[in-house]
Write a protein that binds this ligand. Structure first.
Ligand code: GUN
Ligand code: FE
Length: 437
């Protein structure tokens, strides 16, 4: 489908950088062939002829980016969270993920997940599937059809899980991965593969070596988990006695940034050396505040990550996190940062709304390229939020309306959505096109 050129009128709100929000009430966003050409107070002369969407009175923000989510865990979100990570995996995640050997089940469960994402404010996501290649292809088909952009990973795991969810050998896991890559190569425009070793406890050294070879051959990005939970970190120390830290275990196989685009979820317990490695190797940290709260992992020092120049975005981490909403993740990130500041470390100031909004848009968006803002040259992902439901007696600024949307909006308030300049919501597209504004 071809990309679009159009004008979009509304109350525009986007990040210039991690601390500065730009707001233009009643502004005009210009999209040329899927990219932002600029934001203007009124329609510039040279763009007078373009089609127009009139979203006057609505808030228009860049699309939200979920840097870490488990699609197969969607069906049990909001359940079974009164335990810590390793018990939670064995009790909830592994039995549910095993069901995706059945393609009918995969179709049913993944359809629910993708429809949820499509209806909400998310425009891009980095997604874990399961170890099953065929079911992972079903997920990729559904995401492609939704119009969203996504990295999707067939999970690799060959140790420390029950027979029903463990690949029989490193060789079998690597072979299934190559097969999945070959079967999906060139099939999708918006959905791309990402190498997904579940985490160190799930992957033997031999498997990690084989995955590094696959990474080099196919030039793939990588996603995994890092330093989420105390028991997990101690286990990795036993499993990898020669690694100087958990991150070094990935790095020793060449699967930790430094030329390999990499997302590591959590980093709650990363120490000095690991934080330095994350920075030096340009690894993206996916901060997942709801998950870290639900399964009592702790609170990542995101203020420090930002101050030290690490790349950071937000993840829903469904179903450790209970909601797919990235607006919720922004509010959660602010709230947990305040608890961390109050209870744990007063040298790290809480996050501001500006910073949380940046994390959920441009911060995570950078993993996808020039994404997550309305600055010229960015790919045009935009969400139109109708905030009139959030009744008030006050006359609010655009900045104040955004703040309330972060805390109070729901998916039903998303009135329209564009990804790379293509409208994906609402289903009745022509409704909003107006000939004058
Ligand atoms: N570590 C390894 N697998 C998982 C998972 O599915 N969820 C979370 N939160 N952490 C993990
Ligand atoms: Fe996760």
């Amino acid at each position: 489908m071809k990309t679009e050129s159009f004008l979009l009128k509304g109350d525009l709100c986007y990040s210039k950088d991690s601390t500065h929000l730009e707001t233009v009430a009643n502004g005009v966003l210009v999209c040329l062939e899927g990219r932002c050409a600029g934001v203007f107070p009124r329609v510039p002369e040279q763009y007078q002829g373009l089609p127009r969407y009139d979203f006057s009175g609505r808030l228009v923000v860049p699309g939200l980016v979920d840097l870490h989510v488990h699609a197969p865990q969607y069906a049990y979100r909001g359940l079974g969270m009164d335990m810590e990570l390793l018990d939670w995996l064995n009790t909830n995640a592994f039995p549910e993920e095993a069901k995706f050997a059945d393609l009918d089940y995969a179709q049913r469960a993944y359809s629910l997940f993708v429809e949820d994402l499509r209806r909400g404010a998310t425009t891009r996501a980095a997604v874990f599937a399961t170890l099953h290649g065929p079911a992972t292809r079903v997920l990729m088909e559904l995401l492609e059809a939704s119009g969203l952009c996504a990295f999707v990973g067939k999970v690799n795991m060959d140790r420390n899980s029950p027979d029903i969810l463990r690949e029989k050998s490193a060789e079998a896991s690597a072979r299934a991965t190559v097969e999945w890559l070959e079967q999906t190569a060139g099939k999708y425009r918006r959905v791309k593969p990402i190498l997904t070793p579940r985490f160190i406890p799930s992957c033997s050294d031999e498997l990690m070596e084989r995955l590094a070879g696959i990474q080099r051959t196919f030039g793939l990005p990588v996603q995994s988990h890092l330093s989420e939970n105390q028991g997990e970190v101690e286990w990795v120390r036993e499993l990898c006695p020669s690694a100087s830290c958990y991150g070094d275990a990935y790095a020793s196989f060449g699967l930790f940034g430094g030329g390999v685009p990499t997302i590591m979820a959590h980093c709650v317990l990363s120490g000095e050396e690991e934080i330095a490695m994350l920075r030096e190797r340009g690894v993206w940290v996916a901060h997942c505040p709801a998950s870290n709260t639900n399964i009592a992992s702790g609170i990542a020092p995101v203020r420090r990550f930002l101050d030290e120049g690490l790349r950071v975005g937000l993840g829903s981490d469904v179903a450790g996190g209970h909601s797919t909403s990235l607006f919720r993740a922004m509010a959660d990130a602010i709230q947990v940062s305040k608890l961390r500041w109050r209870l744990q470390d007063q040298s790290l100031k809480p996050l501001t709304v500006e910073e949380a909004f940046w994390l959920g848009t441009a911060g995570g968006g950078a993993f996808f390229g020039p994404v997550g803002s309305f600055l010229p040259g960015c790919e045009l992902d935009a969400v139109v939020v109708d905030d009139r439901r959030l009744a008030t007696t006050r006359a609010l600024t655009v900045r104040e309306r955004l703040e309330r949307v972060v805390y109070l909006s729901e998916d039903r308030d998303v009135a329209a959505k564009f990804v790379q300049g293509r409208q994906v919501l609402p289903d009745e597209k022509q409704v909003y096109i107006s000939s004058q504004m």
